[in-house]
Design a protein around this ligand. Structure first.
Ligand SMILES: Nc1nc2c(c(=O)[nH]1)N[C@H]1C(S)=C(S)[C@@H](COP(=O)(O)O)O[C@H]1N2
Ligand SMILES: [Mo]
Length: 444
């Protein structure tokens, strides 16, 4: 972008800010959404950054600058909770739901204090003081129904430790238009912690699966929001083959500490790569069924994706919905928060982030500084083990001062990339994985 273009934009903004917006950004179609400020706001942003958008000429028509698109109408509420870091975004108080802003996910292993929280009901109150006294029942299509205490499990089965990412099925939901039902997650319903436990497979083998065993059905101790004792907050499950994977565990430690209550302690399932909702917290019973489980969270449009695309915003045909399995590919920038103002004169930016792809691995993460016209590769690490996320990093050189958007786009092992906008709209908003965009500003 040439100086004269910058100057003419300056002049156009001064004379006719509305028209300048239209020239630079095209027609903005979703002004009502997410507190978009409109033409005057855009002009204000221009003024605030000195009207330097060095790559403005490459900005796709109609693109809302990320500095504005992601600016919430009101300041987000933050979580205050024992053991949790300041800065998590509170999405709901009852049930408790809190997201980790992307820039707080900058650790290779997500500290427990930064790990997102997603409850569907209340938290259990009568948890035994001694975690080893916690009981788990295995019944249904097994040869020998079992009741095991956590203490017995520790004695009886090999103890394993893995770095595993766990992501809510609705992560990215706020990207969908029209708005999908549920918590409006950004990209921060994800964490990559170190989990210790026993393999679910070992416990199921001890009970002995019958040939009729098809699906698990998970039950936990968390009371339903209504207080009704005959209702489950959530009861999901997975096909037996997923339950029998080496990395599906009954976890009792997170990051080397006894599993805290808010994360499902004393005992939870960690079933990585699939929606977080199959990683059942406060697990008390695993019923082995001879068919797909039909508990709360399994039917209708719950954790189900359209088999063939549906009209966005339309009523779903339940017969067209199938259980969501692997989570999609996603990459995030964690070194810089959206809207970061870098020190005057900054030209070198050390960029870092994370990437993961449900059951798959990530082959590459590329970044763009010019609204996606050109891309450069980053250095991508290998996962610590299967189902751990991958870290990536690169050094970026800014050509000048101004307003820049850094875009990150992952590619999975099969060569599939993240889209510009989320595809496969569904009523409850699963699987939105558009590339992550972060604005940075340099004044001079
Ligand atoms: N018993 C129980 N398990 C549960 C839930 C719940 O509400 N109750 N929420 C699920 C959902 S939707 C997610 S995304 C993860 C969140 O785990 P976390 O709170 O430890 O991050 O737990 C899952 N396990
Ligand atoms: Mo979730």
């Amino acid at each position: 972008m040439t100086r004269s273009h910058e100057r003419s934009l300056h002049e156009l903004y001064r004379r006719d800010p509305e028209r300048a917006d239209a020239v630079v950004f095209g027609r903005v179609t979703d002004q009502s959404r997410r507190g978009f400020l409109g033409g005057a706001g855009l002009a204000a942003m221009g003024a605030a950054i000195g009207l330097q958008i060095p790559f403005a000429a490459r900005m796709p028509s109609g693109l809302v600058p990320v500095a504005l698109a992601q600016a919430p109408a009101a300041a987000p509420r933050t979580l205050t909770f024992p053991g949790k870091a300041p800065g998590l975004t509170l999405l709901q108080e009852r049930p408790l739901v809190a997201e980790t802003p992307e820039h707080m996910l900058d650790d290779a292993v997500t500290p427990t204090e930064k790990f997102f929280v997603r409850n569907n009901g209340l938290m259990p109150e009568n948890v035994p003081a001694d975690p080893n006294a916690w009981r788990l029942v295995i019944d249904g299509e097994v040869n020998t129904p079992l009741t095991l205490t956590l203490g017995e499990m520790r004695q009886r089965f090999p103890i394993v430790t893995f770095q595993l990412q766990m992501e809510c099925g609705g992560n990215g939901r706020a990207q969908f238009q029209p708005e999908a039902r549920g918590n409006q997650w950004g990209n921060g319903a994800i964490g990559n912690a170190v989990w210790t436990g026993v393999r679910l497979k070992d416990v199921l083998n001890a009970a002995g699966l019958k040939p009729s065993a098809v699906y698990t059905a998970n039950f936990g101790a968390d009371p339903h929001l209504s207080g009704a004792t005959d209702r489950q907050s959530i009861s999901r499950g997975v096909p037996v083959a997923k339950a029998m994977e080496d990395h599906t565990i009954l976890a009792f430690e997170m990051n080397g500490q006894p599993l805290s209550l808010v994360h499902g302690g004393p005992l939870r399932i960690l079933c990585p790569g699939w929606p977080g909702s199959v990683s059942h917290k406060w697990i008390t019973r695993i019923w082995i069924r001879d068919r797909e489980h039909d508990g709360p969270g399994m039917t209708g449009t719950n954790y189900r994706m359209p088999r063939t695309p549906m009209v966005p915003g339309a009523e779903a045909d339940n017969a067209n919905m199938a259980v969501m399995e692997s989570m999609p590919l996603r990459s995030i920038i964690t070194s810089h928060a959206n809207g970061t103002e870098l020190a005057a004169g900054t030209r070198q930016v050390a960029l870092r982030g994370a990437a993961w792809a449900g059951e798959k691995t990530v082959r590459a993460v590329d970044v763009s500084l010019d609204f996606g016209q050109t891309w450069r590769s980053t250095t991508l690490g290998q996962p610590a083990n299967k189902y751990a996320w991958q870290r990536w990093e690169t050094q970026l050189t800014l050509p000048s001062r101004g307003y820049f958007e850094i875009w990150a786009r992952g590619m999975d092992q099969d060569g599939t990339m993240q889209p510009h906008t989320p595809a496969n709209w569904n009523p409850q908003g699963y699987g939105a994985n558009a590339m992550h965009r972060v604005a940075v500003l340099v004044r001079s």
